[in-house]
Design a protein around this ligand. Structure first.
Ligand SMILES: O=P(O)(O)OC[C@H]1O[C@H](OP(=O)(O)OP(=O)(O)O)[C@H](O)[C@@H]1O
Ligand SMILES: Nc1nc2[nH]cnc2c(=O)[nH]1
Length: 183
């Protein structure tokens, strides 16, 4: 089904804003301070997990006032769906990872399969260290056994969009975190 502008406006009007811009900014400031304490002298390589990691990565790196490099991984397991499936690797980082301190940034830690697979792969690349950061931690008990090193804020177990996260490809550019009505 093709979504029209009216459909999208209705979805957004009906949605609940769970985290507003101000709260997100405070969470990002706190994450940036923790990351700075750990990585400021490590010349880290930041890996953005596309596509959802784009907005949080931009927001975090502008708060990191030390030298770093930036690259990306493109891995997706939801596509246009609201239920996750097998992880599909679309692009690996082009940078050399050997002996680098890596910071992986993504939008959401939901069940954790995406981050777990990425961390597992990075640990096989002779890196010096791997840290991970997600702005959102979704609260439920269906997690894998990894936990991101830096988490912005906990959010209820609903289908979320905004601040990197999409609803059927849309709404990644919203400045807050929203939940679909009835989810
Ligand atoms: O913890 P998990 O249950 O693995 O879910 C988290 C992942 O799901 C989303 O990506 P998605 O596959 O939707 O791709 P996208 O980043 O292009 O939206 C999100 O950006 C995370 O990478
Ligand atoms: N857009 C979006 N992507 C996700 N990936 C894992 N959980 C979610 C979610 O709640 N919303």
């Amino acid at each position: 089904m093709t979504l029209t502008l009216n459909d999208l406006n209705e979805i957004l009007n009906d949605a609940d804003c769970l985290v507003n811009e101000h709260t997100l900014n405070l969470a990002l400031d706190k994450m940036a301070a923790q990351i700075t304490a750990d990585l400021a002298d490590k010349l880290p390589l930041v890996l953005c997990v596309m596509n959802g990691g784009l907005v949080p990565t931009a927001a975090l790196i502008e708060r990191l006032n030390f030298p770093l490099e930036l690259d990306y991984i493109h891995a997706t397991r939801y596509g246009m769906e609201t239920e996750g499936a097998a992880l599909n690797w679309l692009s690996y980082p082009q940078s050399s990872l050997k002996d680098r301190h890596i910071l992986v940034i993504d939008d959401i830690f939901d069940q954790g399969h995406t981050l777990q697979a990425i961390i597992k792969w990075l640990e096989q690349q002779d890196t010096s260290s791997v840290h991970s950061a997600t702005v959102i931690n979704k609260l439920h008990d269906r997690k894998t056994d990894i936990v991101p090193d830096y988490i912005g804020t906990d959010v209820a177990d609903r289908f979320l969009f905004g601040y990197g996260m999409d609803y059927k490809g849309y709404f990644r550019n919203l400045k807050g975190i929203y939940a679909i009505k009835g989810s």
